[in-house]
Design a protein around this ligand. Structure first.
Ligand code: GDP
Ligand code: GDP
Length: 446
């Protein structure tokens, strides 16, 4: 199933990560290029040449996974074995399975054994590739790799492709179970929650949206909708509006008990994919408005802010509203917004476009190659400041999830929170995440 199809069906798949480790010059990069089906970009003949760790999207037998080329490293004072062990440890932190590459033509070296010890402690699944087996003659050397105690060595020639199919089969087998494909469940209408404090115009908006569209509810028989929800059509697309019963009944307990209103809001947000937070534009933005926005952000839902009662605003009020937005709502600057009036119907139709945009951003999947090209650019242009003589670095990243976009950055050393925020800002700009919160997770290796 292609990513596009997955998105169509509303399923998200966390792609497993395979780290390729081994001594310099055993053919890791050549093998990675073989796996991702591309001609070698840069394969250096010089041992120990510095390359950054990069990760790529790969696919074999219909399964998608991420390959991390642990590349080379700069030789420094440390012993080679120590460096390799360190590199292997990084791979362990990051990977679901490890592909250890050895050079069959030179046999097992001390450093290979050092890596093996680290791998064994990790208890991660390891697949052993005996590389440079270009012909039958070298097969025997590959067999000697059984000595490493990692099970069957797979003889391959990364250069010519020999044996790489069997190797990839073994890699897939070593990976955790594929997430079950959800093709039996076609996605229903997108779930939208209208939330906001009392009297901002939620039920007026719902009436405006659903007023002329009542027929949709009957047309869509067969679609299961909670009795408290309603199907509403906006601009030709049908949405499932969450907890409309609560909005329509204008739940009386809500006025007396803010706690229950807040629980109800929380519940609606949790069930929704995208939230419309209605704010009364004619009155100052309040703490309660900000709390609801925060609830949406923390729940990781797509967000559209509806500044309602626009018909009651004049130039002066709009001036102050802008000041309030700049002062109190900067952290929600990523949200889409619509200046509207549920009473007059002004710009109500724009909500559809805003909802679609927010959902599209919410479900964006950035291919690993593209993400790492981006990270490479950002890190090169703005390296992390040196701390106590050390240079913390982002080594590579991958998008672990969509809805909302969630990224995992693998780093060496502790990345400071400001730097993470900086990267997040750049991510937003580069990939246009308007309307969705994004999450960044950092996995550091000391
Ligand atoms: P890395 O340092 O482990 O990433 O190794 P590279 O992929 O850069 O390869 C090192 C050298 O080994 C290059 O000159 C490659 O062309 C060569 N090489 C890689 N795989 C094979 C192979 O299967 N057979 C032969 N004969 N040479 C290979
Ligand atoms: P809810 O408590 O958030 O569901 O708010 P309601 O929809 O009940 O609206 C509260 C009050 O604001 C009612 O008197 C509505 O008529 C009024 N109202 C809602 N939207 C607008 C609007 O866009 N413009 C104006 N002028 N009044 C509105």
């Amino acid at each position: 199933m292609s990513e596009h199809e997955q998105q169509e069906q509303g399923t998200t798949t966390v792609r497993p990560v395979v780290a390729v480790v081994g001594r310099p010059n055993v053919g890791k990069s050549t093998l990675v290029n073989r796996i991702i089906g591309r001609r070698a970009a840069v394969v250096q003949d010089v041992p120990g040449v510095t390359r950054d760790r990069v990760s790529y999207d790969a696919r074999w037998n219909g399964r998608e996974f991420v390959v991390v080329d642990t590349g080379g490293w700069a030789p420094d004072a440390q012993g080679m074995a120590a460096q390799i062990a360190e590199q292997a440890e990084l791979a362990i932190a990051a990977a679901d399975a490890v592909l250890l590459v050895v050079d069959a033509t030179v046999g097992v070296q001390d450093v290979d054994e050092a890596v093996v010890r680290v791998l064994r402690r990790s208890r991660k699944p390891v697949v052993l590739a005996a590389n440079k087996v270009d012909d039958q003659r070298t097969e025997a050397e590959a067999a000697s790799m059984w000595n490493l105690g990692l099970g069957q060595p797979y003889p391959v020639s990364a250069l010519h492709g020999r044996g790489s199919g069997d190797l990839l089969d073994a890699v897939l087998e070593a990976l955790p179970e594929a997430p079950r494909e959800a093709e039996e469940v076609p996605r229903g209408p997108r779930r939208v929650a209208i939330v906001g404090k009392p009297n901002v115009g939620k039920s007026s908006l719902l009436n405006k949206l659903s007023g002329q569209q009542r027929a949709v509810v009957d047309d869509a028989s067969g679609t299961t909708v909670d009795p408290v929800d309603e199907l509403v059509e906006i601009g030709g697309t049908t949405y499932q509006f969450i907890d409309t019963a609560g909005i329509r009944r204008r739940v009386k307990e809500a006025s007396g008990h803010e706690y229950y209103a807040s629980l109800r809001t929380q519940g609606a947000i949790e069930r929704a994919e995208v939230c419309i937070v209605v704010i009364d534009a004619s009155a100052p933005v309040t703490e309660q408005d900000l709390r609801i926005l925060t609830m949406v952000e923390e729940a990781g839902r797509a967000l559209v802010v509806a500044f309602n009662k626009w018909d009651l605003t004049d130039d002066e009020r709009r001036f102050y509203l802008n000041r309030e937005i700049e002062r109190d709502m900067v952290q929600f600057g990523w949200a889409g917004h619509v200046n509207m009036s549920a009473l007059t119907g002004r710009h109500v139709d724009r909500l559809g476009v805003a909802i679609e945009g927010a959902l599209a951003a919410w479900e964006t999947r950035v291919p690993t190659g593209k993400l790492n090209a981006f990270l490479g650019r950002v890190v090169a242009a703005h390296p992390h400041p040196v701390r106590s003589g050390k240079q913390p670095r982002i080594l590579f990243g991958t998008q672990a999830q969509a809805g909302p976009p969630t990224f995992v950055l693998f780093t060496s050393g502790q990345i400071e929170p400001q730097y993470v925020r900086f990267v997040e800002r750049r991510l937003r700009e580069d990939f246009d995440f308007q309307g969705t919160p994004i999450h960044l997770e950092v996995r550091a290796r000391e």
